[in-house]
Design a protein around this ligand. Structure first.
Ligand SMILES: Cc1ncc(C[n+]2csc(CCO)c2C)c(N)n1
Length: 222
């Protein structure tokens, strides 16, 4: 019997749901999230994205096939050439200047999560690294879909966080998420139970660090 991505979420069901359904996410969907908390999250997310780009560079280094090397290169380019600019533009709309972003102190939750991902990729292989990144890549797509299914979610102009939800429900983002799921399902299909247990631990750790990232936003913690 082969493993698949859903076996990772099943193996840490409560942690996975706690991340997807966090108060930060609920308040964002309802449009009631404190704007200062959202601004704090956006600022730390800028630092997160920079380390995420480094993780793609590590994925390039860890690649054993030209296909994986190209995929990592595309991911790195997408963040450096497109997503960071979009994020800086979005921050500007929320009153956060590029100068402020350049001066930001890094919150402990940001450090913990991003360095955990990089360390997991460093000591492990490309699959370890992808599994450490999966709560980020797959989780945000699932969060947008989950929010859309909740009665409390407010869509449209009246929700100040409409653009955030729209970004992660977009066809472009959802198809990137599906491509990642396909990649993971193909690799997980051939592994032994002991290897699955290692990966399930990585996935659970990274999921809990995503939850801490939401909490850091809510608490405006540094
Ligand atoms: C804490 C945190 N976790 C996940 C994401 C989502 N995200 C960041 S980079 C990326 C892949 C490249 O598009 C995705 C899905 C985020 N923004 N912040």
């Amino acid at each position: 019997m082969g493993y698949r991505f859903t076996d990772l979420t099943d193996a840490c069901h409560d942690d996975w749901r706690a991340y997807l359904e966090h108060d930060f996410v609920r308040q964002l969907g309802a449009g009631t999230l404190d704007e200062g908390a959202f601004r704090h999250y956006l600022q730390q997310d800028y630092l997160f994205l920079i380390h995420f780009a480094r993780a793609y560079a590590l994925a390039a280094y860890k690649s054993r096939t030209l296909t994986d090397l190209r995929q990592a290169h595309e991911g790195l380019k997408a963040i450096l050439d497109v997503e960071l600019d979009l994020h800086v533009g979005y921050c500007r709309e929320w009153g956060i200047s590029e100068e402020m972003l350049a001066e930001l102190p890094e919150a402990r939750a940001t450090m913990a999560y991003t360095r955990y991902v990089l360390d997991t990729g460093n000591r492990g292989d490309l699959l370890d690294l992808h599994v450490a990144l999966a709560p980020c890549l797959v989780g945000y797509g699932e969060i947008a879909n989950w929010l859309n299914a909740q009665a409390f979610t407010v869509r449209g102009e009246t929700n100040p966080f409409e653009a955030w939800i729209a970004m992660y429900e977009s066809e472009e983002f959802q198809s990137a998420m599906l491509a990642e799921l396909e990649w993971l399902d193909a690799r997980l299909a051939g592994i032994a139970p002991a290897r699955f247990a290692e990966l399930a631990r990585v996935f659970r750790d990274a999921t809990r660090l995503e939850t801490d990232f939401w909490q850091m936003g809510l608490d405006r913690a540094i």
